[in-house]
Design a binder for this molecule. Sequence first.
Ligand code: GDP
Length: 350
Amino acid sequence: GGSGATQSHLQRARMRLSLQEHLWEFYQNNVNIPTEEQAVARRAALDICAELRVFLHAKLPDMPLREMYLSGSLYDDLQVVTADHAQLMVPLILEKNLWSSIPGEDTIMNVPGFWLVRRENLEYFPRSSSYWDRCMVGGYLSPKSVLEVFDKLVAGSINWPAIGSVLDYIIRPVVPSETLTLEVQYETDRKLNVDFLPLLVMEDGTSLIAKPHRLAAERHGNLWRQSFRVAETARLRALDQEDGGCRCACLKLTKAVCKINPALNRLNASQLTNAILLLCAKEGDWTQEALADRFLQLLRALVGHLESGRLLCALSPKVNLFCELTEQEVDELGYTLYCALSDPEELLRT
Ligand code: GDP
């Protein structure tokens, strides 16, 4: 019938599109989130943030915190596919003379990119001199213990159903969750996950977040994770601004590809951002016309990094951004991407 003919016609027309055109089409239709959707999600996150501020100020006025703020790809126009998550950053204030940070490579665990935060001067400033001493484990500030403090408060003593009904959302803490997450349903079919992310900004500007190491959680329980997100995102954006380039578009495309293909879920924004930054050092042409070439080159580069089991952080080359993947995961990711090289269009199938 007519519709069959139209379909095969459409199919042929589709096949004529080059990868370049397919990528931009996919970008418009599947990757980019409509402005309105982003705005509604941001508003929901902001409402929650405001409630939490009020609650914490009232309930725990002496907890040494800087103002909480929202962050993440939803705020950098780097979120893809659906506006469904944000981070609520909770900066703790530490007394300079009471706490010091030790890089992971100088510890027995030898993990660059992670840090210990050690309590100092206990003999002159005994336990309880610092508010955060309550989260001290074996002489170190424990991110897990910090998260538990907030977990008790946020999941245990805030009346979320009541707040939700005032704001017209359904809010519930996600259990179990590795960090602390609130799920906010702000429309019948729209949900937003807000991660609570305690943060330390050390004297030299190093940002440490309370997000546990994925592997050997017991052994690595006291480690704080260094965050490069602000700097790496800013660098990518600056490079694009200099030459009107397509690096951020390429990042969003690849993020979307990893989000919709279950076999690639393990690759995260930071790994992809750094793989692009490393590519930028070798490759100068990031014009919009070069998107397909750069996209393929990025896939090849990732296969190479996976083969070697190492992806070095562009901002701190001693950090291996694959260090939290198991050997098997590395192999599977490498295999999936390697196969995709011969048929990259397959990655765009939704
Ligand atoms: P996306 O979640 O893939 O869209 O990527 P984002 O760029 O929003 O990164 C969010 C992820 O990075 C979360 O898993 C965070 O735990 C982690 N992360 C590490 N450092 C930071 C930081 O400084 N800010 C935020 N918002 N997230 C960070």
